[in-house]
Ligand binder design. Structure first.
Ligand SMILES: [Fe+2]
Length: 405
């Protein structure tokens, strides 16, 4: 038998820069001058799910006061779809826009990124499938063939969970494959992310819970992940501490200024954990499939999948779960890693329950055996699997999903 003595797993790590950002009370007032700085004279204002809040009108007023013309595109839904990107691209071209301003949570920002990828390539005829980050063939081998996206994008974030206002990934539903495309294209990160705390204070409690648990997963998955990126270890633990200390109060009272401000920073730091290169794991890998098949909120599906998947993973990384528990303030220092890991997972489950998200059986969503087969087929080649701490086979993916039925 011949042995290969080279290090084969992750000899190179790709570390992304996070977007510039402005975070604070009244940060959205800076949107006009940020557009001017990036040369946006006519913005496509991309929104989703904000009707009746007054937020879009407020932002449009700020842009117009800075002499930035605005064409609205309100065609994105939660879990932005490929055909919505196509439609938005047509509107952008017909109106003669020269940049994107997205307002909302991850769906708005990722939808805006999808439009920018299309504009950089063949316009509305672009197939976003061509930019999917699969493991086989590995996406990094294809990136050098891509055109760099250089269309300016100001992303105004209104939720405490997405991180998409600063990340170099776009997640778009492919309605043909019934799969969430993870699009990794150089330059696709927004030019600037604006985290407006006053808008975040307007979130309903369920959105605070769903997006906050999403942020928890953004911190947790890179921290336990096999990419083992020290940058993500630093950010992940701080984000977990902030999230576990603030999500209950923010959920109970979204108008609680202190809790919402801490959540805003927590989600920001958490998104750095995966965006900088720490990778994601199979919580996101399986949650993406549940989300795309049943069109459920991204954060909500992470909340449904987080405990079943991490209880499967825990055997691979008990010490990391002990450190997560310590960041959550648990009195587990005296325990061995396996005992401490169990306590941590129980505490995460309690946290999720406390913000109004029980372990809902998948049958409640009419999730079928055919859906489980579809999940295993696609999730095994999904970028999210790469950093998962425990090896996982298609059969094990099915077993975890069946345990949730
Ligand atoms: Fe997420």
């Amino acid at each position: 038998m011949a042995f290969n003595f080279e290090r084969k797993e992750f000899p190179l790590l790709y570390v992304n820069q996070h977007s510039r950002a402005i975070v604070g009370w009244g940060a959205s007032k800076m949107a006009g001058q940020e557009c001017q700085m990036y040369g946006i004279k006519h913005a496509l204002l991309v929104t989703t799910g904000l009707k009746g809040t007054g937020i879009v009108d407020e932002v449009e007023g700020v842009l117009k006061a800075a002499d930035v013309a605005v064409t609205r595109f309100e065609g994105f839904t939660s879990n932005p779809k490929d055909y919505e990107c196509k439609e938005g691209t047509k509107v952008y071209l017909e109106a003669g826009c020269d940049g994107i301003v997205s307002v909302g949570g991850g769906s708005a920002h990722d939808g805006g990124k999808g439009i920018r990828i299309m504009l950089t390539n063949d316009g509305p005829d672009t197939s976003l499938k061509d930019f999917t980050a699969f493991l086989d063939p590995h996406y990094t081998t294809r990136i050098p063939t891509y055109k760099v996206v250089n269309i300016p994008h100001v992303a105004i974030n209104t939720t405490t969970g997405t991180g998409a206002e600063g990340t170099a990934f776009a997640i778009i539903n492919d309605t043909d494959w019934v799969y969430k495309l993870i699009l990794v294209v150089p330059g696709v990160a927004p030019s600037v992310g604006i985290d407006e705390l006053a808008f975040m204070r307007c979130q309903p409690p369920n959105i605070v819970a769903w997006t906050g648990i999403d942020a928890f997963c953004h911190a947790m998955e890179p921290f336990i992940g096999r990419l083992n990126l020290p940058v993500s270890h630093a950010t992940g633990l701080r984000a977990i501490k902030l999230l576990s200390e603030n999500i209950r109060e923010a959920y109970a009272s979204p108008a609680n200024d202190v809790a919402i401000e801490n959540m805003a920073w927590a989600q920001f730091i958490a998104s750095m954990s995966y965006n900088m290169g720490g990778g994601m794991g199979m919580v996101h890998g399986m949650a993406h499939m549940l989300s795309v098949i049943k069109d459920l909120h991204h954060g909500y599906t992470n909340a449904i999948m987080m405990l079943p998947v991490e209880r499967f993973n825990a055997v691979a990384c008990p010490q990391r779960f002990k450190e997560i528990g310590e960041a959550m303030g648990l009195d587990i220092h005296h325990m061995n890693p396996v005992q401490a890991s169990d306590k941590t997972l129980d505490a995460i489950e309690q946290l999720r329950n406390d913000v109004g998200i029980p372990q809902v059986p998948l049958k409640e969503f009419d999730f079928s055996e055919a859906d489980i087969e579809h999940t295993a087929k696609w999730a095994i080649n999904d970028l999210s699997r790469e950093a998962n701490p425990r090896d996982i086979t298609p059969e094990q993916i099915k077993e975890v999903m069946r345990s949730c039925i």
